[in-house]
Design a protein around this ligand. Structure first.
Ligand code: NDP
Length: 254
C-alpha cells in the first residue's frame, strides 16, 4: 500500500541544511524517500552534513553551495538543479539571528536579517515557481518562527522577518494555488542549534523557555520532521497558505 506521506521520487531542496534544523529536516525527508539536495555556504560543513545524511538514509545527497541573499547565485543554482531533475519541494530554511535592544540595533544587522530570512525566500520561490507553474505542481515550505506571534524584547527585527515569512506564505498561496502549488509555513518554537547557542547557555533563559512551553521543555529538531513530511507530501494537497506552529504549545497559551 502506498503511504499518503511517501516522498519516493520527489526531489527536495532544503536551504541551510548543512547543520541544525535544516539538516534534521533534510534527513527526515530522505528517510521518507525524497531525493534531497543539501545546501549551505560552507563547503566543509556541507560535506560533513552529506556524510551524516548518507549514513542515515543510505544514499549520498546532492549538495550545492550558494548565498541565499544573492539573486544571481540563487537563479544560477536553481537553473543548474532544474537542468538535472525537477525540484518538487522547496524548503526555505536558511536563516540567521541577531539580538540587541532596538536603540542599539545596527542597520547592517537589520539588512542582513531581512536579506537572509525574508528576501531569500522571495528569491528562491520566484525562481522555482517558474518551473513549478510549468509542471502544474509543487510544494514550498517556508520556515517561520514563534517570534511572528510573540512580541519579545531585543529581537524585533528578527520577528519582523518571520512575520514577513507568514504573509509571504499566504500571498504565494494566492499566486500559486491556482497552478496546483501549495505554499505553507512551518513555525518552530525553541530548538537547540548554533543559532540559539547563547540562549541555551543562559540558564535563566533556558528555564524560561521550558516554563513558557506547555510541553515543559525545548523542542528536539527531529520533532519538526513529521509536519514537514506532511507539508511536502500528497497528504497536504488541499492545505495551502497555512502557518503550522511546532512549538510544544507555546503560541497557544499566554
Ligand atoms: P543554524 O544557524 O544552525 O543554521 C543556519 C543554516 O543557514 C546553516 O546551514 C547556514 O549555512 C545557512 N545560512 C545562513 N545564512 C546563509 C546564507 N546567506 N546563504 C546560504 N546559507 C545560509 O540555524 P537553525 O538551524 O537554528 O535555524 C534554521 C531556521 O529555523 C532559520 O530560518 C531560523 O530562523 C529558524 N528557526 C530556528 C529556531 C531555533 O530555535 N533554532 C526557532 C524558530 C525558527 P552556512 O553557515 O554555510 O551559510
Amino acid at each position: 500500500m502506498t503511504s499518503l506521506f511517501d516522498l519516493t521520487g520527489r526531489r527536495a531542496l532544503v536551504t541551510g541544511s548543512s547543520r541544525g534544523i535544516g539538516l534534521a529536516l533534510a534527513t527526515g525527508l530522505a528517510e521518507n524517500g525524497a531525493d534531497v539536495v543539501l545546501h549551505g555556504r560552507d563547503q566543509t560543513a556541507l560535506a560533513n552534513a552529506a556524510a551524516t545524511l548518507e549514513r542515515v538514509s543510505g544514499r549520498a545527497p546532492r549538495t550545492i553551495a550558494f548565498d541565499v541573499t544573492d539573486a544571481d547565485e540563487v537563479d544560477a543554482a536553481i537553473t543548474e538543479l532544474e537542468a538535472e531533475a525537477p525540484i518538487d519541494v522547496l524548503v526555505n530554511n536558511a536563516g540567521i539571528q541577531r539580538r540587541a535592544p532596538i536603540a542599539e540595533f545596527d542597520l547592517g544587522d537589520w539588512n542582513d536579517l531581512v536579506a537572509t530570512n525574508l528576501t531569500s525566500a522571495f528569491l528562491t520561490a520566484r525562481r522555482v515557481s517558474r518551473e513549478m507553474i510549468g509542471r502544474g505542481a509543487g510544494k514550498i515550505v517556508n520556515i517561520g518562527s514563534v517570534q511572528s506571534q510573540l512580541g519579545r524584547a531585543n529581537i524585533a527585527p528578527y520577528a519582523a522577518t518571520k512575520g514577513g515569512i507568514a504573509m509571504l506564505t499566504k500571498g504565494l498561496c494566492a499566486d500559486l494555488g491556482p497552478h496546483g502549488i501549495q505554499v505553507n509555513a512551518l513555525a518552530p518554537g525553541y530548538f537547540a542549534t548554533e543559532l540559539t547557542k547563547a540562549l541555551v547557555d543562559d540558564a535563566d533563559f533556558s528555564d524560561w523557555v521550558a516554563k513558557r512551553t506547555p510541553a515543559g521543555r525545548w523542542g528536539r529538531t527531529e520533532e519538526l520532521v513529521g509536519t514537514l513530511v506532511f507539508l511536502s507530501s500528497g497528504a497536504s494537497d488541499f492545505v495551502n497558505g497555512q502557518v503550522v506552529f511546532v512549538d510544544g504549545g507555546m503560541t497557544a497559551v499566554v
